[in-house]
Design a protein around this ligand. Structure first.
Ligand code: BTN
Length: 270
């Protein structure tokens, strides 16, 4: 399919007249849809601009990691948002995007996923995809100029398509028995992200509740790694800003907003 045909197909799968339907850009190959979307945002592209690619040569994940993006096997999609608030008011954005991704997968793939705090999309103990949110802020006022929400979902990967080092921890919609039509999933995701965007600043409490209901990290023994510091803890809830509420063996508590959080029994952490 050509890029024009792909965009046209996604448009026909969206509700008629969808506001984001006229702002979809498809690229056969790009380094990273997030990087591309960020450059567009800096040049003034409007809220709701969607960039998706068949493959990424430098797909990026959280904490400087790469995101494996083989051609036509996964959905690699970023959207530009322009929320009218300070950056500190957007701590819950990744959580809200996770809820949108979960809804889209239930609708288009028939799969119920879990959300591993804060940005992993999981089925059982395996990773199906991830979210990378990035903000552009005005350095003087700290106002948000744009937010990029990037979502990668493994769709039709077989075990053989996954590199050996990812085989135990990663999965795909096809491998878990879901429908893996990338364009149907793209349309569902665009629609759900637009609803999420409409609720982002006005329905924060319910968005966090919806995230908490799907968050598999809550109730688990975890390990938190921040730079050189490693601490074991128990996750007992999600804070009002999307932070992970944890308690330590000495009885103290904390709200985690950054760093790597591993769950015992997942991704090789025993
Ligand atoms: C993670 O697992 O840490 C997040 C992965 C996010 C991957 C998506 S794919 C589309 C967008 N473009 C990128 O370079 N990253 C995100």
């Amino acid at each position: 399919m050509t890029s024009t045909e792909i965009v046209q197909t996604i448009r026909t799968l969206l509700p008629p007249g969808h506001p984001w339907g006229q702002q979809i850009i498809h690229l056969p190959c790009v380094d990273s849809t997030n990087t591309y979307a960020k450059a567009l945002a800096q040049r003034g592209a409007p809220s709701g601009t969607v960039v998706l690619a068949d493959t990424q040569s430098g797909g990026r994940g959280r904490l400087g990691r790469s995101f494996f993006s083989p051609a036509e096997k996964g959905l690699y999609l970023s959207v530009i948002l322009r929320p009218n608030c300070a950056a500190q008011q957007l701590m819950h954005l990744t959580c809200a995007a996770g809820v949108a991704a979960a809804e889209a997968m239930a609708e288009a793939a028939g799969i119920e996923i879990g959300l591993k705090w804060t940005n992993d999309l999981v089925v059982g103990k395996q990773k199906l995809g991830g979210i990378l949110t990035e903000l552009g802020t005005n350095p003087a006022t700290h106002a948000t100029e744009f937010a990029i929400v990037g979502i990668g979902i493994n769709c039709s990967h077989t075990q053989a398509d996954l590199p050996p080092e990812l085989r135990a921890m990663a999965t795909s919609l096809a491998l878990v028995g879901g429908k893996s039509d990338r364009l149907a999933l793209a349309a569902a995701l665009i629609d759900r992200l637009s609803h999420m965007d409409a609720r982002l600043l006005t329905d924060r409490v319910r968005l966090i509740e919806e995230f908490a209901a799907r968050c598999i990290t809550v109730g688990q023994d975890i390990r938190i790694v921040r730079g050189d510091t490693v601490r074991d803890a128990h996750a007992y809830g999600i804070g009002a800003d999307g932070s992970l509420l944890v308690s330590f063996a000495d009885g103290t508590r904390d709200a985690v907003t950054s760093g790597e959080v591993s769950i015992r029994g997942m991704y090789g952490y025993l």
